[in-house]
Write a protein that binds this ligand. Sequence first.
Ligand code: NAD
Length: 474
Amino acid sequence: MYSNLQLFIDGQWLNGDGRAGEDVINPATEKPLAHLPHASIADLDHALEAAKKGFAAWRTTSAYDRAKIMRKAADLMRERYDAISKILTLEEGKAYPEARAEVMTSADIIEWYAEEGRRAYGRVVPGRGKVRQIVVQEPVGIVAAFTPWNFPALTPARKIGGALAAGCSLILKASEETPGACVEMVRCFADAGLPAGVLNLVFGVPATISEHLIAKDDVRKISFTGSIPVGKHLATLAAKTMKRATMELGGHSPVVVFADADPEKSADTIAAFKYRNSGQVCISPTRFYVQEAVYDRFLARFTEYAKALKVGDGLEKGVAMGPLASARRIDVMESFVQDAKSRGGKVVAGGQRRGNQGFFYDPTVITEVPDDCKVMTQEPFGPLAPVVTFKTMDEVVERANSLPYGLAAYAFTGSARTANMIGEALQSGMVGVNSINVSTPETPFGGVKESGYGSEGGLEGLQAYLNTKFISQA
Ligand code: NAD
């Protein structure tokens, strides 16, 4: 049922064949699923040569023909959704319905970019004399992309979609912990007739691969999704050869529930979103500020939801929350909960590891924590929900904006005036007001402050892979 894990370079699938490698573990059982081959330095140089050849071929393929191949790949992803979704659940742990939604959204992303690539318009600017002034959009060149374990299909889809639609070629290093869904997605492109070398997939020791590829002059753009420290390191490497970069890093998303919101409805909406993928989502709501008058009602409903969630193997029917992706995430949850308790926090739901096989952790709700404790200041990236009170708009805006993060933020209110004010006041790349839908193929997705720069998704996600050239022709 799991994927045959291989590298994909210059249109060829490559096996272990004496290469180093590592086992991929099922986080629900802690048992190995398969062995993943690592790319050697020679493989990386091979991928680079292939990407050069691929770029030459792909940039001169019309946007119309590029779109046909991309749409075919999206169709294949939809045809194979069940197999790919099961692979995704096995390796990452998320509940099967979430995996299925991820695969289908990934296909939508590829299809959307296929269409949008046909609209990468330039323009003609009236000149001051007898001159033709033309602005054209050109693909940036070879892209090195690095994606994390939490969305093994969706994050690669965003990078592949934008880059291919713009006419770039790619070397993608997907996650070693969750490689299978991405292998299968790349297989859809290969089977759709993508020319050799346009899309190359490698795995290995992340730092070795990123340092090797980012140092190469031929790589003109990097795109990274992952943690802030790694993002800063890769941005520094990119600066040495002045490469363009898109950085999708971590967040610590505030949720503000005003007294004029419906507390039960808000709690139902945001709790379902909170525990999606066990909270291992960069836009996961992570700090809950509830206005005093509705605090008790909101907390009661939210806690009830957390306690009732069915936790288990993501392939089991009815399971709403799977395990965390790795043992190290359990350690982080334990340290955050311990810290909160030692600072006066009260655990009102969950608060511990569940069972002794698989990386399961309780859906957890903590109250009465001070603003400066770990869970309120560092990204938990897990199923922890600290819920605290606030009194006024000015106070909550200041507290919500007080961290160096700025990826997503959410607010619930019954007042149009408050909705307008909070949407503008929160320092964040995306704000959901009475909504949690801040990530769609058609809309820009990206952070401010230390959450990174650049957007994926929307028109902006295509422009990320285009250079603007001005031609003045007398
Ligand atoms: P991590 O920093 O060890 O790794 C994050 C990702 O970066 C992994 O996929 C890893 O393979 C990759 N990576 C690490 N070093 C690299 C390097 N030198 N070059 C290229 N890639 C490299 O963190 P982790 O323990 O895997 O995840 C936990 C933290 O990562 C979370 O707290 C969260 O902030 C962040 N994260 C964010 C996202 C996101 O969507 N923005 C996704 C996954 C993880």
